[in-house]
Design a protein around this ligand. Sequence first.
Ligand code: ADP
Ligand code: ZN
Length: 683
Amino acid sequence: MTLVDVILPYAVEGSFTYFVPSLCEQTPVCGQRVVVPLGQKKLVTGIIEHVREAAADEETDRYRAISYFPETFPMVTSEQLRLWHRMSEYYMCTLGEVMRAALPGQLRIEKESRPRKKAQPVFETAPAHPLNDEQNRAMEEIQAAWQSKSTVLLHGVTSSGKTEVYIHLAQEQISAGKQVLYLVPEIALTTQLTDRLRRVFGERLGVYHSRFTDRERAETYKKVLAGDQYDIVIGVRSSLFLPFRRLGLVIVDEEHDSSYKQQDPAPRYHARTTAQMLAAIFGAKTLLGTATPAVESYYNAQQGRYGLVKMMQRYKGLALPAIHLLDLRKAYKQKKMEGHLSLPLVVHMREQLDEGKQVLLFQNRRGYNSYIECPECGYVPKCVNCDVSLTEHKPASESQGSRVESQGSRGGGRLVCHYCGYSIPAPAVCPECGKGVPRDRGFGTEKIEEEARALFPEARVARMDTDTTHGKDAHEKLIRCFADHEIDILVGTQMITKGLHFKDVSLVAILKADAMLNQPDFRSYERAYQVLEQVAGRAGRAGTEGHVILQTSDVENPLFTYLKHHDYEAMYREQIDQRKSFRYPPFFRLITLTLRHRELSRIETASRTLHERLCKVFGQRCSAIIVPAIGRVQNLYIRQLTLKIEATASYAKAKEMLEAEMRYVRTLAPCKGVLITPDVDPM
Ligand code: ADP
Ligand code: ZN
């Protein structure tokens, strides 16, 4: 009797076995999709992991028959299955969870729409720009380093032409008959880069990210599977799951970026690590590129595990932007502030706008919880499901300039929970005291946009953040408008920092740098450096001199000195010492365990029990029980434990011991129902 072990898209451990009816005309193969019954009525699509003959003593009676095969060929390649296995082992999740992340929804259900017959657009292409001497040297060094190392870190300052180097390396792979995967951390970056890559690669370029509909993604998946359509694919982390055939190179652009880490749901993977797993399966090369390497990556390069290549000159010898510090404390004391903008900044902005230049105002979101407070009684509206205060959202029409009629609430605005989406109309008067009008106490981009409009009524002002980029193309439109200089002042969050190229931006202002430094996170310092250097890097990218005004209440902080000198190495040296002293990566591997449950007593019992057991096994390596700053989300109480395992210790062994403890605790009656989710290499 022929049996198939099937991967189903669930968080259940172990595989599901079915038998293939002997009348079935097809011989099943690994990676093929199969529709199988589950439970009473349900049919689900799975992927065949193994095909085997029943063992002589196997009780095959308990197996059910498969229903049918949607097609005759494997939809998942053997390389993909190997990647799924590695990810599920490394990140401590099930194959089903990896499958769910890996396949577009359409390929996981039986109902399938026919591919739309769209005329394949034909793109006009042009040869890549020839590299200059420094870029050529970098390219040769990268190729030389690949002779002995599979991963190379390209540390190149902003606007040194890293992208041009990637293009040349990609062309080289393609002419050797290989495919290239070009990873970017966020969709924002695909827009501009797609244009640049399209110019060179035309219709041989595939694009893959979540703004496409599921149907479009399924189509791209199938085209990649067919093998001959694309030579190069640009996409976000999920494009690691495409069924490549002849992968030769994975480029991880802006490799330091934390959006490469998937937080939720499982697999909680990091695209940089996974890219290297994928490349290893194909015997392909990996190139990590950035102006501000992750401390872990730079350490790996220093240790000789990665090759290291540098490009320290901007293209055409342009100067790196000059960074000026502005002491906010002084400015407030001397009353030299217009809202959030200091007077020197306003003067500078006026000057630049008069010269026909563009200005970028950067407001860091992290650490600022914009919230509403009643000025009379101090009442703060909170979410009913989560331990957080609500954030005010004005109606779209209002924030775009025109006012709308009030509808009982203030201007039809709403108060929203950023964690669960719970929302209520913004109250016109305080529901507690009935006297005050609760106002926004936060320091948000909306406020800054308003201030900029008031100060520069003649300028075209726009804002880019998660609120203004909901629509499918909103993002692209804003970026294009700004790149085409249809906007004079752009206010934005982290979203505007990444790798974007705007030729007329001469001034970048960082409105308050401090909160980024004061986060309870061992990466906050490094991250602040990266974000600030990246934001600064948007200035002066085409001939004009770039200036950055950095407003801070902490001018003495050494980080700003490193930034002024664009001295990544100094920042790195300081951080790596700290990481060593405080037992953090790259010297220690972190695994965070998150426990969730509706009942407080149960979560407390479970976390205490797990903590005790882990301390017995891991000793000092297990942290105390952590109650996170936001201790309840969507009605679930949260507790955390962090393990710190020496990087030199056996990860496999540590994982085995940890899994045994988790399994045991889950079986205890007082801990039943408590969700325990591991996060390996958390960020
Ligand atoms: P990075 O990726 O390092 O930030 P880019 O590749 O975006 O830098 O280059 C910055 C700008 O300089 C881009 O507009 C790019 O087109 C231009 N540029 C860089 N190198 C070349 C080259 N060799 N020929 C023509 N233009 C170049
Ligand atoms: Zn909520």
